[in-house]
Design a protein around this ligand. Sequence first.
Ligand SMILES: Nc1ncnc2c1ncn2[C@@H]1O[C@H](COP(=O)(O)OP(=O)(O)OP(=O)(O)O)[C@@H](O)[C@H]1O
Ligand SMILES: [Mg+2]
Length: 243
Amino acid sequence: MIEFENINKVYNKNWVLRNVSLKIGKGDVVAVLGPSGSGKTTMLRCMNFLEKADVGTMNFDGAEYDLHTISKKNTAAIRKKTGFVFQNYNLFLNKTALQNVTEGLTVVRKIPKEEAVVKAKAALDKVGLSDRYDFYPSQLSGGQQQRVGIARALVTDPEIIYFDEPTSALDPELIGEVLQVMRNLADEGITMIVVTHELSFARDVSNRVVFMENGEILKDVPSKTFFEDPGDERIRSFLRSLS
Ligand SMILES: Nc1ncnc2c1ncn2[C@@H]1O[C@H](COP(=O)(O)OP(=O)(O)OP(=O)(O)O)[C@@H](O)[C@H]1O
Ligand SMILES: [Mg+2]
């Protein structure tokens, strides 16, 4: 469904991504693991054009794009079919939960307000926030804010949602509610790439694990294989460091 080939990114002569290639099928839930600084965030940002790759191609819906030279028009068109969930939620602080979720529909997609509100309420219901439509971010817990972030990504029916450490800014007792929402999305067959340090999520929910180190993909295997037989001492020591 989506295929990235040979993504390379250099910051000040520092190779942050090296020949990163990833094929994502419909319904895949890919967990991206790896030590801090290994390039996980940079990879996601290059995939969604929040960062410009120096080299790389993307195949999406039957067309090929050069990630370095892609036009603003194509970037905008592809972004309309993808969702992104940020570590720090990135909500508008002066807008309610409902307004945060309708924004992408009315402003970017020009969907009439009433229709947008119906869709946004359905998305908020899906993440368990039917009683919080009119709350501002400052009136919501971190877990609730992140669920608004997920509703906002979800509301446009994207073909894929990218998550960058969606639970790492949360207090431990709030992590579970966000992971549960993500689990439900996975069960519905939504395609997701999730950078995470939550091994239980990677083990129980994702069907594939991509392990990154020093800007490269060291492993891309079924989750079961990854946890039962990582086959590499670097991965074993990484897993030990988290558990
Ligand atoms: N804008 C930037 N300018 C220069 N270097 C950068 C920039 N963004 C990231 N880097 C470098 O790229 C490397 C990879 O960073 P990245 O944020 O992708 O790692 P990560 O795997 O997401 O780490 P973490 O688990 O800590 O979030 C790091 O060495 C980082 O210092
Ligand atoms: Mg990161």
